[in-house]
Every structure is written in C-alpha cells, then in structure tokens.
Design a protein around this ligand. Structure first.
Ligand code: TXD
Length: 319
C-alpha cells in the first residue's frame, strides 16, 4: 500500500511542528510548502535528519511549488501571519484572506480530493474562505480550534482538581475567539460533571468561572508571554489529532469549526461544534441540548462569526 501524503501549507512555527509530529507518528510522507524560499527546504532537511535518531521513515520535502502537493490525502493550512501582542485575531483578517485565496486555488488545482484542515486565524472566517476559494465539498474542509480550546480548558481543570489530564474531558463550542463557549455542564472528570464536583466542594463556581475566562483568552495569554508569535506546540498537536482521525477512520468526536447548516439554528456557517471525523471527512455534526445560557452564548459567537464574513465579503467582492 502506498504511503499517505500529508501536505503542510505554511512552514512556520506550527507548520514545522506539524511536520515533526506527522513524521514521528509516521502518518505518511510530508510536503512542507511556503512562499518563502529556503525555509521549507531547510526545515525539511533538518527534520529528515531527525529520522535516524528518532527512527522514522517518513520522506519530508520542502517546496515553493504547489505542484508538489498533488495527490495529498491531508492538507493542513497554517499559511499567513500570526498574531503579534496587541493584535486581535480579527486584525489579521485582510492579510490572511488574500493568503487563503492563493492557498485555496493551489489546493483546487492540485489536490482537490484532500481532507483540508485550516488553522490560520481568524479561524472561523478563514476556514469558510478557504472552502469558498478551493471549491471543495464542505465535509472535506474543516477548521482546527475546538480541539485546542478544549485542551486548554482540560489542562486548567486538571490543575484545579489535581488530577491527570487523561481523566478530564472538556467541552467547548462556538467560534475561536473571545466569544467561544466552554460548556461546564458537559465537562467531566472521570465521568463526573464539573457542576457536580462544585456541589461536592472540590472547587467553587468562582474558580471554575475564572478557568472558563482563562480558556477564552488562552491564546492571548501565550502571545503576551512569547511576544514574538503565538502558540504552536498545542495547536500542532491538535491539528495532528484531526488528521489521524481522518486517515485512520477513527470516527472520533472532536470539536471543530465545521460547516453547519440546520443544526443549532445555524444556517450555512462555519462554527465550532462537535463532529464525527472519519474516512468520510466530517461525517456528522452532533447536536446536543444546550441550556438557555449556553444557547445565548453560542448565539453571540455565531453573530461574531457572521460579522467576520460580512467583513470578508467587503474586502473581496468575489466571495
Ligand atoms: O487555534 C487555532 N486555530 C490557532 C491559530 C492557534 C494558534 C495560531 N493560529 C494561527 O495559525 C495564527 O494566528 C496564524 O494565522 C497561523 C500560523 O501560525 P504560526 O505560528 O505557524 O505562524 P508563522 O510561524 O508566522 O508561520 C506562518 C507561515 C510563515 O512561514 C509564512 O512564510 C507562511 O506562513 N506564509 C505562507 N505560506 C504559503 N502561502 C502564503 N501565501 C503564505 N503567506 C505566509
């Protein structure tokens, strides 16, 4: 059986980390693409030389030519500009929209059968634009945000309860931004809802509220510390989890920015919801019952995404 092919568009911090993780897990051969000459080639060479030490066989090449992504099974897009301190995700809109146009056309012309995972910010608008520009079916284009946001939520919950992160399962809905909706009712520790743990005295409502807030601004906290860029280890790990779910037909239920038409009262928008990812791409959007507060919060998030799309259409009338 031929090896799978993973194309990574953008060879920056996340792109390089994605390449390393994909190689370590031997998900397939890897093509690292960037517009900057030398960087993808240099990173590919460096990463290839990890092979003998770490014991992986993946072939890794760097390129500036879209033709090299031909036949890719999975494409992960991180191309664009990352947030600098003081810059909101939305400030990135104009710059990264142009990038999505070039990337979408590159995918359309060279690898239209791929499963495409978008990571570039502002995520909910960029994944929508990438779908539009590439023309791929909506179930084959998905955005990574929820896996990362819920990983952040789970990390903070595990610290609060003093338990292993493996026993925490947390739930985040909505857009990737300050309006995201961490849902405490559906977040559990070893199956016990966090709301019950508060009643049992293991934490307080105030502490959990603070964790929800820290999760919402989790990206900004790291930008503020790094000063020269944004988070990349956990974003890359999250993108790889989604790629593995597709490549290995795992039917994993992951919170992703997926195309929602009908569920949650959303009509034709990319928004963060739990979905099943398997060999068919996004195979199903899972609609859960939300209480009134979560519903209202989700609506705020949906409205924020809608505003971004209006702004995108203003910038590029072809959308
Ligand atoms: O949860 C999430 N979705 C995110 C999103 C979490 C963290 C960071 N997130 C966003 O990912 C971030 O705001 C950025 O928009 C992307 C990529 O972040 P990264 O940290 O990898 O940024 P870098 O290191 O600046 O890398 C971007 C690369 C860089 O090498 C550029 O030369 C390249 O993108 N680039 C391009 N590649 C291909 N084609 C075009 N047009 C292009 N323009 C820039």
């Amino acid at each position: 059986m031929a090896r799978k092919k993973i194309a990574l568009i953008g060879a920056g911090n996340i792109g390089g980390t994605l390449a390393h993780l994909a190689a370590q897990k031997e998900l397939g051969d890897i093509v690292l693409f960037d517009v900057v000459e030398g960087v993808p080639q240099g990173k590919a060479l460096d990463l290839s030389q990890c092979g003998p030490v770490e014991g992986f066989d993946a072939k890794i090449i760097g390129t500036n030519d879209y033709k090299d992504i031909a036949g890719a099974d999975v494409i992960i897009v991180t191309a664009g500009v990352a947030r600098k301190p003081g810059m909101s995700r939305d400030d990135l809109l104009g710059i990264n929209l142009k990038v999505m146009k070039a990337v979408g056309e590159g995918i359309r012309d060279n690898a239209p059968d791929a499963f495409v995972i978008c990571i570039t910010n502002p995520l909910d608008a960029m994944v929508w634009a990438l779908r539009e520009f590439s023309g791929l079916p909506a179930n084959k284009v998905v955005g990574m945000a929820g896996v990362l946001d819920s990983a952040r939520f789970s990390t903070f919950l595990a610290w609060e309860f003093g338990v292993s992160v493996r026993d925490v399962n947390s739930f985040v809905l909505g857009g990737h931004g300050d309006t995201m909706v961490p849902v405490v009712e559906y977040s559990t520790v070893a199956g016990i809802p966090v709301t019950d743990l508060i009643k049992m005295g293991a934490s307080t409502q105030e502490k959990i509220d603070a964790i929800v807030q820290r999760t919402r601004s989790g990206g900004g906290e790291i930008v503020g510390l790094l000063k020269t860029g944004s988070a990349f280890y956990a974003p890359a790990a999250s993108g790889i989890a989604m790629a593995e779910a597709y490549l290995n037909d795992q039917k994993r239920i992951l919170p992703c920015a997926a195309y929602v038409d009908g569920a949650y009262g959303v009509d034709g928008l990319y928004v963060g919801v739990p979905v099943v990812i398997g060999a068919g791409g996004v195979e199903k959007v899972i609609e859960i019952n939300l209480d009134e507060t979560a519903k209202a919060n989700l609506q705020v998030s949906v409205d924020a995404v809608k505003e971004l799309l209006v702004a995108c259409k203003g910038i590029d009338p072809s959308l």
